[in-house]
Ligand binder design. Structure first.
Ligand code: FES
Ligand code: MG
Length: 585
């Protein structure tokens, strides 16, 4: 893959100093403005270095605890380099990090907190434009949700995928192969020695997961939305091209401020529909359903589960990437990356909308080619004829549920079997391997109390473990249901995001072990085969669980979180309406 052709913004007008938002802080005649200038001297800057120049906030989710973002400290320097070269004044803001691996109970609990932090930092400081650095799963939607609510000129710098994993001459995918080899260990096929080697081979460099998991899915969505430099989302985190992309983003954001190209010009209904199409054609993570709905909500675009199902029927899966396919993100990058991928979907995309780099997506994709037809399939040879995610309806999920059917064993996509119900994750962990439960491959495993409130934070428990004794018999997939999410690197016949969740009394709360459950993906249906009268009796006997938090962030979360089908944003953040700019004088 060669270098990316960046827009340069030549020949466009520049804003006069007093037209900049930051002028309120720096350029007016009052005492405050004098104080802001004095404090900028205290920071060590000359007046010539910043007065009258666009102030660019570089929001950095770097942290020592986040291996996916550990290189972003350096990348922020490259962004600043670009901003300076273009005549802007960069200021780096550390913001909280959402590490998919380390943060408990799940970083999903904190996505909206980072979104709030992003929004309020950009609003309360002298900022004219923003560059957002992130990529580990929830970081991308969190940063963009917050930025969309402020609506300044903004560029997203995706953290980039880590290098491919390696073990004993085998290429490994982070996440995906972790699940796979853990099952091999549970089945007794590998031991501690192999496991220790795998520990060093699964994740070999800084960067986010290099399968088409949640991170790669969401950064690809960001690129499709037009808020990254073209081709940015697949550049490996440790490739020198990643530094150059960061510098180019810094150069470009200054242009965007002068052009006043705000996020709201980019994040339109058409852009979100294109992001949905891209995610589905990538065979991307089911988490994208929740995040894109939440992001669209911040742009006042009403994106729904039905949009996903409708668009899924119009796009094939073309990316041959794990967990659904074979290759990894580096292969995708060398095949031409997202621009090449999108060039095979031009008939379903809205090509006349702008991006941060080009006046139209059409111009951005002009002359782009695919370099490997096995990684990015031609339309005549798709991985699947329809997009990777189906939306299910039925008496068990009145507000919907999703399944990534392309990552499931086909014989399970139409299946009726008796339920085995687990009331919570710990009980399931403790008892799943107990042969007393008598679970057969025919059973339907049900986990509840794992939704937005019940989890809390909708943990990625959705790929319920298969009992060890069935693994040993060679069983690798079963129908599994929950109100949880599933890691983008997971796979299997897992029905997810059941809404409303069981914790708030959704029908999932009423299922009993032995009830027959019918899944029919082609018919988009999920049914609990229990009579309405019996369900009414069970509903009358159901008592809501006690509230979990009496104070702190959890209490706010508990009060404000919305259900999966509407994106799990906080109601007060998703609400329409303007927030006044602060008076800085
Ligand atoms: Fe960060 Fe997978 S753990 S992207
Ligand atoms: Mg993940």
């Amino acid at each position: 893959a060669g270098d990316i052709a960046y827009g340069t913004g030549e020949g466009r007008g520049r804003k006069a100093p007093e037209e900049l938002r930051s002028h309120q802080w720096y350029g007016t005649d009052g005492l405050r403005s004098f104080s802001h200038r004095a404090r900028t001297r205290q920071l060590g800057y000359l007046p010539e270095e910043h007065l009258g120049k666009p102030v660019i906030a570089v929001l950095n989710t770097w942290s020592d605890i986040n291996p996916c973002h550990v290189h972003l400290r350096d990348r922020a320097q490259a962004v600043k380099r670009g901003v300076w070269q273009a005549g802007g004044f960069p200021l780096e803001f550390p913001v909280s990090t959402l590490s998919e691996t380390f943060q408990k109970p799940t970083p999903m609990l904190y996505r909206n907190l980072l979104a709030m932090e992003t929004e309020e930092l950009l609003r309360s400081y002298p900022v004219d434009g923003a560059v957002l650095l992130g990529g580990c799963d929830k970081s991308t939607p969190a940063l963009l949700m917050g930025a969309a609510s402020v609506d300044l000129p903004t560029i997203f710098v995706p953290a980039g995928p880590m290098l491919p994993g390696h073990w004993r001459n085998e290429v490994l995918g982070s996440g995906t192969d972790m699940w796979k080899y853990w099952d091999e260990k549970r089945a007794g096929l590998i031991g501690d020695c192999e496991l220790a080697e795998l520990e060093s081979g699964l994740a070999r460099s800084p960067g986010h997961c290099m399968t088409m998991g949640t991170a790669s899915t969401l950064t690809a969505a960001a690129e499709t939305l037009g808020v990254t430099m073209p081709g940015a989302s697949s550049i490996p985190a440790v490739d020198s091209g990643h530094d150059r992309m960061a510098a180019a983003s810094g150069l470009r954001i200054v242009d965007l401020v002068h052009q006043d190209l705000r996020l709201s010009r980019l994040l339109t209904r058409e852009a979100y529909e294109d992001a949905v199409a891209a995610v589905l054609a990538l065979g991307g993570s089911t988490n994208a359903v929740i995040h894109l709905i939440a992001m669209a909500g911040r742009s006042q675009v009403a994106l729904s589960l039905d949009d996903f199902d409708r668009i899924a029927r119009t796009v094939p899966v073309l990316a041959n990437l794990r967990p659904g396919g074979r290759h990894l993100m580096e292969d995708f990058h060398f095949a031409g990356g997202l621009p090449a991928f999108l060039s095979r979907l031009t008939d379903v995309l809205h090509l006349d909308r702008p991006t941060v780099a080009h006046p139209t997506l059409r111009a951005q994709l002009d002359g782009v080619r695919v370099h490997n037809d096995d990684v990015i399939r031609p339309r005549t040879n798709p991985l699947a004829d329809e997009g990777g995610v189906a939306v299910l309806r039925g008496n068990l999920c009145p507000d919907g549920a999703v399944i990534k059917h392309i990552a499931a064993e086909p014989h399970l996509l139409k299946h009726t079997g008796p339920a085995v119900v687990f009331d919570d994750y710990r009980t399931m962990q403790r008892t799943i391997d107990d042969p007393e439960l008598g679970i057969t491959p025919h059973h339907v495993l049900v986990l509840r109390n794992a939704g937005p409130l019940g989890g809390p934070g909708m943990p990625e428990y959705g790929m319920l473990p298969i009992p060890e004794y069935l693994l040993k018999q060679g069983v690798r997939d079963m129908v599994r249901l929950s109100d949880a999410r599933m890691s983008g690197t997971s796979y299997g016949a897992c029905v997810l995001h059941i809404a409303p969740e069981s914790y708030v009394g959704g029908p999932l709360a009423l299922v009993r072990t032995g009830d027959a459950i019918s899944l029919d993906v082609a018919a988009r249906s999920l049914q609990l085969d229990v009579s309405e009268e019996e369900l009414a009796r069970r509903r009358a006997a159901w008592t809501p669980p006690p509230q979990r938090y009496t104070r702190g962030y959890g209490a706010l979360y508990q009060e404000q979180i919305t259900q999966a089908d509407t994106g799990c944003d906080f109601a007060f953040l998703a609400a329409a309406g303007d927030v006044p700019d602060p008076y800085a004088g």
